[in-house]
Ligand binder design. Structure first.
Ligand SMILES: C[S@@+](CC[C@H](N)C(=O)[O-])C[C@H]1O[C@@H](n2cnc3c(N)ncnc32)[C@H](O)[C@@H]1O
Length: 151
């Protein structure tokens, strides 16, 4: 679950419970010469986000956050990330179509997708009624929901 401050001379904070996934990207990061800008935190996302929020300077300071982790926690991530991102900042959530299953009846969805489908459906409904954000669903890949924090 990487979250990013702006590019340029600013910092990128990247969180993942498994360092291996960060290591996969390392060759590209090195090639782009941005390794020194990335603060990688190997941790469950919730405690890592809570730690970031302990510092009042982090509140409302992030330009952009990208969330791509366990879907069951998307609503929890949203509440924390909303405190970190600035007003007019952008949060992007990946996999919000969940293999297209969100528009299918539950009976027609394979067992392996059901838990994720249920979490993503709850998340999508909650975002749709969240007056703190404007949302746009980009039907690319597995679905990207782009949110702008408006207040
Ligand atoms: C589909 S991968 C995406 C990796 C990366 N965002 C990318 O785009 O290449 C999902 C990632 O979420 C991480 N993840 C899953 N549950 C997590 C949690 N509770 N806290 C932090 N990271 C988690 C996994 O380790 C995995 O790297």
């Amino acid at each position: 679950m990487p979250s990013r401050r702006c590019i340029g001379d600013k910092l990128i904070v990247a969180i993942d419970v498994n360092r291996e996934f960060y290591e996969i990207g390392k060759p590209v990061i090195r090639k782009a010469q941005v390794e020194h800008k990335i603060n990688f935190i190997e941790s469950e996302a919730i405690p890592a986000l809570d730690k970031l929020l302990e510092d009042p300077n982090n509140e409302g300071s992030f330009d952009y956050v990208f969330v791509d982790a366990d879907k069951i926690n998307y609503l929890n991530y949203h509440e924390k990330v909303m405190k970190l991102v600035k007003v007019n900042g952008i949060i992007v959530y990946d996999n919000t179509l969940w293999y297209g299953s969100v528009v299918k009846s539950e009976d027609s969805v394979p067992e392996t997708l059901k838990e994720g489908r249920s979490s993503v459906l709850k998340f999508n409904k909650s975002l749709a009624s969240d007056s703190r954000v404007k949302i746009f669903m980009a039907p690319l890949g597995d679905g990207l929901t782009i949110c702008m924090r408006v207040c």
